[in-house]
Design a protein around this ligand. Structure first.
Ligand code: MLC
Ligand code: AMP
Length: 502
């Protein structure tokens, strides 16, 4: 029955007949139990009106039920659309309006607040962390044995929004084949087996936590310990009975301050980092304290994972390793598109089964970001060294990555520029020991207007998720511009670079 559904079949096969388990802060669940719950979720979605190809949007807390909803949506032939739990009502409203889901699932505690922006969605259901909510009730009434809807490798399985330089978020359409092939490639490369136990402390609404961590665990049949979020004490306590941790660089920076790390990490097999640059200093300190070299890999919402440092062989700090099997990668001249000689900096372009199908209802934007020979232009700048290691050296896109979350300055600038008394603004990222980078804004007030940092912050809190809100606002007389009138953000970054010491 499962064979008809490309992704579900591949995720379920490895865990069948194995001891794999999902360890939760509460009860333990076998993978058999997880898939039975997913079958009931699929039945509930279908009974709520979901048809193949429909979007199922969800802004819910991390739990086994949330994973069952993801798998159930895949089994129902729907397109799963997870949303960051930090998104405000206004942000959720945009995604629902753009994606037009058949069902929106939210936390019971947020139902009354979100009902207004979900008014255009045919069905609003709720799912709480403790197995409560209207979707949980509907699922409990479904029989086991839902027959997964037939889906091929090219059918959509998920859609994840990623913001853009224009300030407008785009839905990246990911197929069953994209997700299944990437999970299989990573599980093989990183030598995952049913003997592994992965510590899962990442959120499950982005590529890293949902597809890299969860899909790799399912595709290899390993056990998974699901933590609600990052918690250094809990992670260190779990290490002696675990084998692998996946995290963003902030995880590793924070864990290095934990007195129990060295002892606890000894029996671990693998530490994986990604989503943001891992500083060489963090890599070196981690190796000195734990004896393990962190394995850094590179990916994107649109492409899943592109490259990885080797499992066996040198894990080179400051690089993201080699292209994954099945991924073509080249470095091109940003002006001409011609391939660059080895060692020179250019745009990173990728092609392979991992690369998404395009942006939802944005054919123009999709065409712009693909070459005619199928390569996707990532917007990251990098080099390929003589040994074939890829290093990311910058970005051609104006983007801040804070604690592994992407913030496009344009979106924040538009929110600030719309406030009373503001003439213009420039949003930049500044170095920060914990988050890698943090968002700050330089704001110019209209002549005579009384604008304060506190008033701007209060206004932004109503429309932007907390991680997008500037940590500081610098009120300045004018923005530095070049002769073409373009704001010189590099000068602003230089001026304020020491704002967050140590
Ligand atoms: C939380 N805050 C952040 C933040 N996370 N601010 C900026 N950047 C972030 N990433 C806010 C909180 O709301 C809080 O605000 C304050 O900062 C301090 O919170 P905290 O308790 O220190 O944060 P914490 O809950 O511990 O979260 C930090 C974190 C988390 C790093 C653990 O952000 C996280 O899990 N990040 C992972 C993101 C991720 O999964 N990215 C993958 C994208 S996929 P206040 O006001 O209360 O002080 C991708 C592709 C790929 O990129 O290659 O993987
Ligand atoms: P997202 O849009 O959230 O999927 O973020 C993808 C972006 O994160 C990439 O385009 C890179 O800029 C960045 N990224 C992911 N992994 C790494 C890494 N290991 N090192 C540096 N940047 C990374």
């Amino acid at each position: 029955m499962y064979a008809r559904n490309h992704l579900a079949a591949r995720l379920r096969a490895a865990s069948l007949g194995r001891e794999a388990q999902l360890f939760l802060t509460g009860p333990t669940l076998s993978y058999g139990g997880l898939f039975a719950a997913a079958e009931r979720m699929a039945g509930a979605l279908v009974s709520a009106g979901v048809r193949p190809g429909d979007r199922v949007a969800a802004q819910i807390e991390k739990s086994a039920d949330a994973l069952a909803l993801y798998l159930g949506s895949v089994m129902a032939g729907a397109v799963f659309l997870p949303l960051n739990t930090a998104y405000t009502q206004a942000e959720v409203g945009y995604f629902l309006g753009d994606a037009g889901p058949a069902v929106f699932v939210c936390d019971p505690a947020r139902e009354s607040m979100l009902a207004f922006v979900a008014a255009g969605v045919p069905r609003l259901l709720t799912l709480g962390r403790d197995g409560d909510g209207t979707l949980a009730d509907l699922a409990a009434r479904q029989p086991d044995g839902f027959a997964p809807v037939a889906c091929g490798a090219d059918d959509l399985a998920a859609m994840l929004y990623t913001s853009g330089t224009t300030g407008r978020s785009k839905g990246a359409m990911l197929t069953h084949g994209n997700l299944a092939s990437n999970a299989a490639a990573l599980a093989r490369l990183w030598k995952f087996s049913e003997k592994d136990r992965l510590i899962h402390a990442l959120p499950i609404f982005h590529t890293h936590g949902l597809f890299v961590a969860t899909n790799v665990a399912l595709a290899s049949g390993c056990s998974l310990t699901l933590l609600p979020g990052f918690d250094a004490d809990a992670i260190v306590a779990l290490m002696p009975q675990s084998t692998v941790l996946m995290g963003v660089p902030t995880f590793y920076v924070r864990l290095l301050s934990h007195p129990g790390l060295a002892e606890a990490a000894r029996s671990m097999r693998l530490f994986v980092s990604g989503s943001a640059p891992l500083m060489t200093e963090t890599h070196d300190r981690w190796r000195a304290v734990t004896g393990h070299a962190i394995l850094e890999r590179y990916g994107m919402t649109e492409t899943n994972m592109n490259t990885s440092n080797p499992y066996d062989g040198e894990r080179r700090a400051g690089t993201v390793g080699f292209p994954l099997p099945g991924v073509d990668l080249r470095i091109t001249d940003p002006m001409t598109g011609a391939e660059m000689p080895r060692g020179e900096i250019g745009l990173i372009e990728v092609r392979g089964d991992n690369v998404f199908k395009g942006y939802w209802r944005m054919p123009e934007k999709t065409r712009e970001e693909f070459r005619t020979d199928g390569f996707f232009i990532t917007g990251d700048l990098g080099t390929l060294d003589a040994d074939g290691y890829v290093a990311i050296v910058g970005r051609s896109k104006d983007l801040v990555i804070t604690g592994g979350y992407n913030v496009y300055p344009k979106e924040v600038e538009e929110a600030i520029d719309g406030l009373d008394g503001v003439l213009e603004s420039a949003v930049i990222g500044l170095p920060h020991a914990d988050f890698g980078e943090v968002v700050v804004a330089c704001v110019v007030a209209r002549p005579g207007a009384a604008v304060s940092e506190a008033a701007i912050m209060a206004a932004l809190a109503r429309v932007l998720a907390r991680f997008k809100q500037p940590r500081r606002i610098f009120l300045i007389d004018e923005l530095p511009r070049n002769t073409m009138g373009k704001v010189q953000k590099a000068l602003l970054r230089e001026r304020y670079c020491d704002s967050f010491p140590g």
